[in-house]
Write a protein that binds this ligand. Sequence first.
Ligand code: FUC
Length: 795
Amino acid sequence: MWYDKPAGNWNEALPLGNGRIAAMVFGNPAKEQLQLNESSFWSGGPSRNDNPDGLIGLDSIRQAIFHEDYRLANRLSNKYLTAKKLHGSKFQVIGDLNLTFPGADGFTNYYRELDLENAIQTTTYKLGNVTYKREVFVSQPDQVIVVRLTANKPGQLTFSANLDSQLKKSSTALDTNTLEMTGLSSTHEGVIGQVKFDTRAKIINTGGRTSIESNKINVSNANEVVIIISIATNFVDYKTLTANEVMKCTKYLAAAEKKPYARLLKDNIVAFQKYFKRVTFDLGTSPAAQLPTNERIRNFSKSYDPELISMYYQFGRYLLVCSSQPGGQPANLQGIWNNDNNPAWDSKYTININTEMNYWPAEKCNLTEMHEPLVQMIKELSESGKETAKVMYGANGWVAHHNTDIWRIAGVVDFADAGQWPMGGAWLSQHLWEKYLYSGDLKYLESVYPVLKSACNFYQDFLIEEPIHKWLVVSPSVSPENTPSGHSSALVAGCTIDNQLLFDLFAKTIKAAKLLKKDEAEMANLQKILDCLPPMQIGRLGQLQEWLEDWDNPKDQNRHVSHLYGLFPSNQISPFNTPKLFDAARTSLLYRGDVSTGWSMGWKVNLWARLLDGNHARKLISDQLTLVDPAKGGFGGGGGTYPNFFDAHPPFQIDGNFGCTSGITEMLLQSQDGAIDILPALPDDWKNGSVTGLKAYGGFEVSIVWEKNQAKKITIKSHLGGNCRIRVPNEVCLLGGQKLQAASGENTNPFFEAVRIKDPLISVAVKLNPVNLKSTYLYDLPTEKGKTYTIIIAR
Ligand code: FUC
């Protein structure tokens, strides 16, 4: 990614990070700014937000919903269930390292880039006949930010450096080479700010000299300068803030400053590429790729620029490696990049879609380690949410609603129409099982099984029978952030996504128990509940119903498409097993429309890929790659992409980046429907290309080369052994010159167990719009663990 101007705005600056610390680099020759973040720097401190009056109101709210008095349900819910005071803390800003270069305004030959393969940001420019270069990276192995300033002539580096922040307590020069800033997070909603940080910047100059001027360090006439920035907080875990931030900060710094720059850089590249290089993606290039990245985004809809798509795809993978590392915090609404102490939605974890979306690419894009912080957060929520379940609903197990934060709050935030969604735990828990399907690691499964089971235990107690069909439903709840038209409140019982989530949660927990040979009797009980969940229903418009009743409004273009959870990320809806539901889901999505917030479009890329419509998925990628004015930070309007490739909700929200990267993967490879589907949704204009290293269920690693829109060569590495069933549009597939064996019967590979849902009966008045699916062929390839197989497509 490259630009011919400095960033004038944060949405033009370039992101670097190691999962714990991060920087946005502006690349301005006269005034360089590194905006700094640390993942545990949040407002407040350990806290809970359960409304203790839940049990007073619960029954009346449920009665009100069954009696269709939604206004009353809403009023009572806000009073008895919504948090009284705490709606979650805010992810905050450490501050800036500012470097001021007198006389550097008249620069020429300007260039700045973010090298996605080496995770390094570079700026070069000329002043007179001197060429200057700045390099910045955030080291994962050494846990520091490293800046190197050079010039092609000696003695040319003269600048002043300081650390600054809105939340600082002090900013000083400790000696002629070291800056220090300390600070404290904000008090919020009555919780005293308790997160302390220490930041130090060590200036290592070759040639020239340094001096102190108040809280600045002046560097004059140096040949080369390396600046090492260390940041640490007192955060230990969501309950504990007893670390010594000064000791941590100085320890990282002392270790890093002993290493030469070249070594710091090399070690980081090795650590970064271990993950990043696992996947390559090539769609070819075109003359449009000659321009700076911001101009390519601007031109995208009018030009043929396939390489912008492959770069955007890899940028999503880059962001996940930089914002989510084992042992750290999961990526929040802005990943780890935030320059506002009052960020949109507090830059928390919105778990009614956004946080899950952040992790859609993790497994399939071969970044399984990046998934670990989410798994850890779910484990922690299962602890904090246990008390929430007890206090608010008198239930066993654990519950989380539509938001959480670093303190793992699990109560209802904001207001009932958004917050009263007791399904956050159910959705997050799907990730626990999903991770297992890729790795087959039973030890891991054993470690998360108690969390899955406890999530089920909550619903065992919480589900109630609805009066008409006697189905077991969640109440009160909402179909995320959508109010049925004509209703005075979003509160309902038994909306479709809730039923789908519980179907998956229970079915997966039962499977896990079987694999681990545990809890047979309890699982039999879960199975009984599973059998009483409402089925998916097709409504009068031929659409998949969003609610228990046929309330869908064809004009509804809400950004959420929650009832399509069953199509993606879940696999309950299948073109082959449930063709009617498949058509109904498609009808629902057509009504919902394309252009929306960034993340909504990212989701729709996945949905159209699952609908096997590559051209429509491709259209959504174009919608998403619409340039949004970097100065436009406020809400509203269509989403798109900022010049720095960050997703614009607007404002910046990282889920759209991750959602689209996942969606592009789904266009190339799917494995949720009983087989590995090769190029299931390849758009017409991706004629030739290749992808390597994608992951499928059952531990298969798949690479594909295609020409003229047809797969040519498929390479499959089997990490776990077992039957590899593939679906391809071609009749003749050769392995070592031999024809592959046509598939027969059930796939014997247990990781591909198909979901058994039947299409619902529909009234004759309802017209479906069946699509003609292209014909495909299924083959079985028995594999051995560790072996690689190359399949040539002959025709
Ligand atoms: C949900 C969405 C919004 C936004 C917010 C962070 O509330 O409905 O669009 O993404 O999360």
